[in-house]
Design a protein around this ligand. Sequence first.
Ligand code: NI
Length: 173
Amino acid sequence: MALLKIVHYPEQVLLEVGKPVMEDEFNPELAKLVEDMFETMYDSHGVGLAAPQVAVSKRLFVMDCSGGEDESQKIALINPKIVHVEGEQYGDEGCLSFPGIYTKVKREMRTVVRFQDVKGEKQELDLTDLPARCVLHETDHCDGIVFLDRMSALKRELSKRKIKKLQRTGKWE
Ligand code: NI
């Protein structure tokens, strides 16, 4: 396994729509990418990491809202598709591509997501609370949408100002 480099906003790959993973791409190379992404996510103490964040413009992400405590929550979602959302939650959110930025973001409370696992098998998950927030955030990454786009106008402005300051002081690459 290997640690991958996480790219930071406004790297172009974060703003592009990821390509679907094709049927012939479910191979050992994909399995290695997924394992490396898990290792990179745990190393950075994140609960989710999408392929565009490691400069791979593809529709897949890994997540584990238990932080490595519960094996059943360690999931790789390939070609995720949100098929249902409902309700609302308002809570703190961060992103490994925005180091040091944590802010309240409104998301749906529940989501149903269809995806393929690393073997290419079709799966579906019905999630609420933090796992739902994580799936929505990471599926956005696959669509070239970053959480800055989901903030209120005021919080977006404050976050952009903070990013500029971090860039100026060399704390953001
Ligand atoms: Ni993110």
